[in-house]
Design a protein around this ligand. Structure first.
Ligand code: IVH
Length: 674
């Protein structure tokens, strides 16, 4: 061990740690970035290298612990100082009114009570203990009294502060502080995590909550470090030293210490506004990037909370108001088999139409033959169906079989239902495939994928029209899209001059496309959006990707051998090269991110409001930041653009009042793709 370390090295390490902590805080707690992701990564790598060279300087508070610690044999246990209670459930507006009445009765008052209402995040509850401003322990809720010690795992989560900030000169950090929050994975993170799992041949997670729980339960924190976990804080355990009067003030104080608080919380409102917020939140639940399953209402005053007290199970000052079920029961009328773009056969249940959370559902996926067998799903069964956001509805379980021996077990066909080619089974992947490259169902599905929202996003080119174009010989691969004859389309059933014109316009608009979307659109097996994005950041032209070797591709972080192999195979086939060539000759312009790295939105501040149609909010944020812009949660004089999607919120009015430039989604896209 070197006894004399150059003081400049020590200084540099301290400086890097301070800067990384500060940028973490800016990024996650106040959503206001100062440096690019690559600059952050560069600083982090420098710190990791220095700590490797000088192990005597390693510290548990260093931001480098985000990469994970050595694996554990098993988790220890942690006793919570104050029991982690659950919440009583309410299911309707009248339940919420009853809660308000009960609160008033208990307090012996007729006056209005002030509540703070919050989204109820659907994740995993944890408690973090800070000693002298440093993260000391992280634990799960467990049975409420005792949880599991997951300290090394929570340290890897970038939104978990390792060191706390002072609120002000006079209000210092309490010497002992216990905070509580919910660890979640966003729907986007869940999708890309499952994409990676499938790529590695591992079983998929059923939903973001299971993915978050599974990721926290890893004995090797390096695995946890690679998972897209996030945390939101909503309260405290033992925090008597904070000397605060209300729940909302408590949350604000936590935010000042560097804890991330949900930005959709409504502070200090009366019961009618609570109900209004509940309605609004339910309507907007899928606009949030992570799953929420209801609203939590809390009596705001901490004195009143103490007066109201708790039962053994839940506090009497709070209630969880669940949203309408996204699960309903219905009957299976039939089961058919769909052929996907990669040739995979998927059993699909046709259902008696049922309204789930405001949407009529008549189909649900059974995933694959094994799933259908495992759940023992048969035609005529009554089943529990679930939908969530834009994911395909799925069957959770059979409720009532009412079987009298006549219902048949589902079997995959031996031949493709579209082209009659014999199907091929892959036991390892639990899949059944049609390998006929001319299979009509497969080609139609490939075109559908190519034109879909996350790929070329060609409005109006959906399943039905694609079927018509294919059946009439106007299209035999996705490359033909850019050569369609408007006159011939006009003649198709249900089309006409105007629709053909609209389609031509949508195709024209789609021709300028990012490299990532282009790669994703090609529909190469195992090359999903996530991997397409990684590749697009690595290669600045098609030629450079065409000349990449297998070894080079598989070494890229996040790609792996399976995707690399599929990509190589796809690109090395003459037929596919010709298809790409035909797309480009049809007028498609690919925008390469690698060469566009130079920031064009340097320092410009964006605020987003409302629903975006052609990209997710996360995607928009990522792209703005990639171009050097900033995204802020609220409109102020410093805002350069308010990007307003459908049904914009109050931010629109504020932007108008402040004279901030308001742009619609098309303009935002144009700016991002310029
Ligand atoms: S407060 C004593 N606030 O819901 C009150 N909980 O069903 C403690 N949850 O275990 C909870 N979002 O994991 C509270 N904004 C929020 C929440 C929230 C999600 C979870 C939490 C708790 C469960 C109770």
């Amino acid at each position: 061990m070197s006894e004399f370390i150059d003081p400049n090295i020590v200084k540099r390490i301290i400086n890097l740690r301070e800067e990384l902590h500060r940028h973490n805080y800016l990024y996650y707690a106040v959503d206001d970035i100062e440096i690019s992701d690559s600059e952050y990564d560069r600083m982090m790598n420098e710190l990791i290298e220095l700590e490797k060279a000088y192990p005597e300087l390693v510290s548990p508070d260093s931001p480098s612990v985000r990469v994970g610690a050595p694996p554990l044999k098993k988790f220890g246990t942690i006793k919570h100082t104050i029991k982690m209670l659950s919440l009583k459930n309410a299911f309707s507006e009248s339940d919420i009114r009853d809660f308000d009445k009960k609160v008033k009765k208990e307090l012996g008052t007729d006056g209005d009570i002030l509540y703070t209402a919050e989204p109820k995040m659907d994740g995993v509850a944890v408690e973090l203990v800070y000693e002298d401003g440093k993260l000391a322990v992280g634990s799960t809720r467990g049975d409420g009294d005792t949880g599991e010690d997951i300290t090394s795992n929570v340290r890897t989560i970038r939104t978990v502060p390792l060191l706390l900030l002072n609120r002000s000169e006079s209000e210092k950090i309490p010497s002992h502080l216990e905070v509580r929050g919910e660890i979640v994975i966003s729907r986007e993170g869940f999708r890309s995590l499952n994409e990676d799992m499938s790529e590695q041949g591992l079983p998929l997670f059923a939903n973001p909550r299971n993915a978050a729980a599974g990721s926290l339960r890893q004995l090797d924190s390096k695995v946890t470090a690679a998972r897209p976990l996030e945390i939101f804080f909503y309260g405290t355990g033992e925090a008597s030293k904070m000397d605060i009067g209300s729940h909302w003030e408590l949350l604000c104080a936590l935010r000042e210490h560097g804890f991330r608080i949900n930005s959709h919380i409504k502070p200090k409102i009366g019961i009618e506004d609570v109900i209004e917020y509940y309605r609004d939140l339910e309507k907007r639940r899928y606009e949030l990037p992570y799953d929420i399953d209801g609203m939590v209402v809390k009596v705001d005053s901490l004195i009143l909370q103490i007066q109201l007290g708790s039962t053994a199970k839940w506090p009497q000052w709070a209630i969880a108001c669940k949203f309408k079920a996204i699960q309903e029961t219905t009957k299976i009328l039939d089961i058919s088999v769909q052929v996907g773009r990669t040739g995979a056969l998927t059993p699909v249940a046709h259902l008696e139409t049922v309204n789930i959370g405001g949407v009529n559902v008549n189909r649900a996926t059974l995933h694959n033959e094994d799933e259908a067998r495992r759940k023992d799903i048969r035609i005529g069964d009554t089943v529990l169906v679930q939908r969530a956001g834009d994911v395909i509805p799925e069957i959770i379980k059979v409720i009532d079989t009412a079987r009298n021996g006549d219902k048949k077990v589902f079997n995959m066909p031996e031949n493709c239902p579209s082209c009659s080619f014999p199907v091929v089974r892959d036991e390892k992947e639990a899949s059944v495939r049609c390998n006929n490259e001319f299979c009509p169902a497969k080609i139609k599905a490939q075109v559908e994928h190519f034109a879909s929202k996350r790929a070329f996003d060609i409005d109006g080119l959906g399943e039905k029209l694609i079927g018509q174009l294919f059946d009439n010989g106007l299209l035999s691969s996705y490359a033909d899209i850019f050569y369609l004859d408007k006159k011939k389309i006009e003649g198709l059933g249900g089309m006409g001059v105007k629709s053909a014109e609209n389609l031509a316009e949508a195709i024209e608009k789609s021709k300028s496309i990012s490299f990532a979307r282009f790669l994703y659109a090609l529909g190469i097996r195992h090359v999903g959006e996530h991997i397409a994005e990684i590749i697009s950041l690595k290669y600045g032209s098609l030629e450079s990707l065409f000349s990449a070797t297998f070894d080079e591709l598989k070494e890229i972080k996040g790609i792996g051998p399976v995707a690399a192999q599929n990509l190589m195979e796809f690109l090395s086939r003459e037929k596919n090269r010709k298809k790409i060539d035909r797309i480009l000759k049809g007028g498609v312009k690919i925008l390469f991110e690698k060469n566009n790295k130079k920031a064009t939105l340097d320092g410009k501040v964006f605020v987003l409001t409302g629903i975006l149609d052609t990209m997710t909010r996360n995607e928009a944020v990522k792209r703005i930041k990639m171009l050097g812009g900033k995204v802020s949660e609220s409109v102020s004089k410093k805002t350069d653009y308010l990007a307003a999607g459908k049904s914009p919120g109050s931010k629109l009015e504020k932007a108008m009042a402040l004279g901030v430039e308001i742009i619609d989604e098309n303009t935002l896209r144009a700016i991002l793709e310029a």
